[in-house]
Ligand binder design. Structure first.
Ligand code: FE
Length: 201
């Protein structure tokens, strides 16, 4: 079976000259005055350092340690998340769904790649793939097993389809053995994949 696309590029790999192409586009946009250098640096700084799963991890750790916050987070995710300073594009309306021993949640955007940027960063490549988007809805248990997560028979799987209006985040279960840890140490245990729902902790 061929593993190359129409233009001969292998699927899921970047063309080798992508850095050069980006540089060339950036120079043209700057030369023409369509973007300013400071604004561009601001955007790069935001996506490289400010947004990412470390933000979601803080939310999860707070919910694990403060029951009032957890209640608020599950009732009004957007407000509870904004209270920690995480808001902005692609994060205007966030619903948080809680994993329990009997319910496992997983998120997807079947239409494209909607994802809560301010708290999880930019979506991983596989999240945007046609295979994940189609299959996780049809056969979630098989897809999760491919990620290494084999769910117990009695555990119900709920798949949440993101839209332009609503983004989801999974509140994973607090891992066993973490009882003595403080909020900061707990946050370090939380992975991006556990907040998408393709992994447990
Ligand atoms: Fe989408």
């Amino acid at each position: 079976m061929s593993n190359t696309g129409r233009n001969g590029q292998p699927h899921d790999t970047e063309p080798k000259d992508i850095d050069l192409r980006i540089k060339a586009l950036e120079s043209i946009l700057l030369d023409k005055g369509l973007v300013d250098a400071q604004g561009l640096n601001e955007i790069i700084e935001t996506y490289e350092n400010r947004i990412g799963p470390h933000n979601g991890a803080q939310i999860v750790a707070r919910a694990w340690t403060k029951s009032d916050y957890k209640k608020w987070l599950l009732n009004d995710g957007t407000a509870a998340i904004a209270s920690l300073g995480f808001t902005g594009i692609e994060g205007a309306d966030v619903v948080v769904v809680e994993n329990t021993p009997n319910v496992h949640n997983v998120i997807v955007c079947t239409l494209c790649s909607c994802y809560p940027w301010p708290i999880l960063g930019l979506p991983p490549r596989w999240y945007k793939s046609a295979a994940y988007r189609a299959r996780v809805v049809m056969e979630p248990r098989s897809v999760l097993a491919e990620f290494g997560l084999v769910l117990e028979e009695q555990c119900e799987v709920r798949v949440w389809d993101s839209t332009a209006e609503v983004r989801y985040m999974v509140l994973p279960e607090r891992p066993p053995g973490s009882e003595g840890l403080d909020e900061k140490s707990l946050a370090e245990l939380v992975t991006r994949d556990s907040m998408i729902g393709v992994a447990r902790l």
